[in-house]
Write a protein that binds this ligand. Structure first.
Ligand code: NAI
Length: 328
């Protein structure tokens, strides 16, 4: 059983007298900085001179350049995109770290794959909301919680877990319960969800559309059946209230039989083996190496994949049906 930490397990006074430098003021940076301020913490935001910095100033927060924030922070929360973290860490954060500081992340990626290598004299902790930044803020303001993972990657002070829990409480992450986790677990669950679950759902949806259209069904009807009707959202919502399988009762008996009897065959002969194979690609670091190489060469494959996705006939159908305005 996972250990779940709640508000009572986290002591905010651990952060008393400490400056929390929030590096970045985007999705997570803004939400976490504001929540920590409202929880009574001393926050300074480290940002380059850009629109994010202006937003932090408009929100009434103190902003400084990234290297200065790293120097001032007793706790340095790295809330900038994972892709830029290794470079920013080396250039602007590492020189400002002092003994006993804590370096905090909202994702395990760079620590787990060794792309950021902190010195032995700092705590390395993770507080990773399983929630988009906007909702981290909105839920906090409404007095509600959100799921969160906490982990200690390096315990230099002997108080790393206490600090992680205090931060988690400060952003609202122990209200609903923060799961004890690890950097590796966060990486595997996050990337596997993206690369197997969501990639698989996306591929099945495309195949569903292409197969039916090839068989002569009208594209508008197929796209509407698939997701434009909103039924998919209703089903996902029902999973929250009725349960993943419990929501099947809301469907016809024919549908229930069809879904359950065919579920094991849609992925071919050996879906479990394929899943294990893909997980191993993540675990071994093969994916991280591939992604690093793609970044170094200017992300040409990613650009091609995006182009192909935007050329899919579904985009045209969304336009015709006045949906998916982002493409229009
Ligand atoms: P974001 O893309 O919203 O970050 C924007 C901020 O990064 C801005 O303040 C910008 O000034 C700063 N920035 C960008 N490039 C920079 C550079 N080269 N040097 C200095 N600052 C730079 O990032 P987001 O989505 O908030 O992600 C931050 C962390 O939170 C990541 O580790 C991510 O994996 C994690 N995370 C994000 C979630 C989300 O809601 N998007 C959910 C859970 C975790």
């Amino acid at each position: 059983m996972v250990t779940i930490y709640r508000d009572d397990d986290a002591d905010l006074s651990v952060l008393e007298g400490q400056t929390i430098a929030v590096i970045g003021y985007g999705n997570q940076g803004r939400a976490q900085a504001l929540n920590l301020c409202d929880s009574g913490c001393d926050v300074v935001v480290g940002c380059p001179p850009d629109a994010y910095r202006e937003r932090a100033q408009a929100d009434g927060l103190e902003t400084v350049d990234v290297p200065e924030a790293a120097r001032r922070g007793d706790v340095v929360l790295v809330l900038i995109p994972d892709e830029v973290q290794p470079h920013v860490y080396r250039e602007s954060l590492a020189p400002g770290l002092a003994e006993g500081n804590a370096l905090g992340f909202a994702s395990g990626y760079n620590i787990h794959f060794g792309l950021v290598k902190p010195p032995p004299f700092v705590d390395v902790i993770m507080v990773a909301p399983r929630m988009i930044g906007a909702a981290v803020r909105e839920r906090f303001e409404r007095g509600e919680g959100f799921p969160c993972l906490v982990a200690v990657g390096q315990d230099a002070t002997g108080r790393a877990l206490e600090r992680a829990l205090a931060l988690s409480r400060g952003i609202g992450g122990t209200k609903e319960g923060a799961f004890a986790s690890s950097f590796e677990e966060e990486v595997l669950v996050d990337l596997f969800a993206e690369q197997w679950l969501w990639a698989g759902i996306g591929k099945l949806c495309r195949l569903f559309f292409e197969t039916l259209v090839e068989a002569g069904c009208t594209p508008e009807t197929v796209a509407t059946e698939m997701y434009l009707s909103g039924e998919m959202v209703e089903v996902a919502q029902a999973m929250l209230t009725e349960g993943f399988f419990g929501q099947l009762d809301l469907h016809s008996q024919t549908s229930q039989y069809g879904q359950l009897s065919r579920a094991g065959t849609v992925l071919g002969d050996d879906p479990e083996g394929r899943a294990r194979q893909m997980l191993e690609v993540l675990r071994s670091g093969q994916f991280a190496r591939e992604w690093a190489e793609e970044q170094q060469t200017g992300k040409p494959f990613l650009a091609r994949l995006k182009q192909e996705a935007l050329a899919h006939p579904l985009n045209e159908i969304e336009r015709k049906l006045s949906r998916g305005h982002r493409h229009g």
